[in-house]
Design a protein around this ligand. Structure first.
Ligand code: GTP
Ligand code: MG
Length: 248
């Protein structure tokens, strides 16, 4: 059993590396969004795309066991989306995402959002080739979830505590929730968001802009370093003229 799992994950890692190279070559920030069912991933995406898609090229890959409801919600705001149905599967894997990439217009220099299947457990183990992981948990889910389902929080770069507008109605203990996230993953950034009302997504959109700028900077720096290496090699290899050879 353990051997089978290791081989499945090793295979997945190979596909994830291919996806990562492809996304890097197109200067794309790819985000893997993970949460239990209904934490608000698609609603967050719809409201985010309404706010940013006019100035940032975006595309979305949606993962659900059945239906293309979520992809339809994204397309309704004018952003390209591909729906993956996993059938009996409980998570996306990098092979599925690789096929979805072929069906999308890739948002060169922009952001690819990958909404994973709603599940607090299985998606955590599968690298999709993303640059960053964003885990969502709504205020209504209970402050003990990071301790009960640690994997999905442990691997997150950012944790979004969603549906902040509902906090007073569900007796949410947000200080304990934050403490439990930090116990599992002290490095993760934590932001509180709400898709209802004005300004509830401002901190998340600022994070997104910062992450994209950092990604593009890092890719540009790597390309410049590579260009310097190639120029240096060209200098060494440049044919020496007869006159230069005589002077030397
Ligand atoms: N009050 C409130 N409701 C929200 C918020 N965000 C999402 N919802 C509601 O929560 C429900 C689930 O939202 P979705 O965006 O479909 O959640 P999801 O994580 O994409 O769900 P799956 O894809 O099925 O896992 C919907 O009824 C949304 O309207 C929010 O910020 N505040
Ligand atoms: Mg959804």
């Amino acid at each position: 059993m353990v051997e089978i799992e290791t081989s499945i994950l090793a295979k997945n890692d190979g596909y994830a590396a291919d996806n990562r190279s492809r996304l890097e070559a197109a200067g794309i920030l790819a985000l893997n969004l993970l949460s239990g069912p209904g934490a608000g991933k698609t609603t967050l995406l719809v409201e985010t795309l309404k706010a940013v898609a006019a100035r940032v090229p975006c595309a979305v890959i949606e993962g659900d066991q059945q239906t293309d409801n979520d992809a339809a919600r994204i397309r309704a705001v004018g952003v390209p989306a591909v729906q993956i149905n996993t059938g009996k599967g409980c998570h996306l894997d990098a092979h599925m995402v690789g096929h979805a990439l072929e069906k999308l217009p890739l948002p060169e220099g922009g952001v690819l959002f990958i909404e994973n299947v709603g599940n607090l457990v299985c998606p955590a183990a599968f690298d999709l080739g993303e640059a960053r992981r964003v885990t969502l948990i709504s205020v209504a889910e209970g402050d003990d979830k990071p301790l009960k389902y640690p994997d999905i929080f442990e691997s997150a770069d950012l944790v979004l505590i969603t549906k902040a507008d509902l906090a007073p109605h569900v007796d949410a203990d947000l200080a304990t929730l934050e403490r439990n996230i930090a116990r599992v993953n002290p490095q993760a950034e934590i932001l509180h968001v709400s898709a209802r009302g004005d300004g509830g997504l401002a901190s998340w959109i600022a994070w997104l802009d910062g992450a994209r700028a950092a990604r593009l900077d890092a890719l540009a720096a790597a390309a410049e370093a590579r260009a310097r290496t190639l120029r240096a090699a060209a200098g060494v290899l440049r044919p020496v003229s007869a006159a230069q050879a005589k002077d030397a």
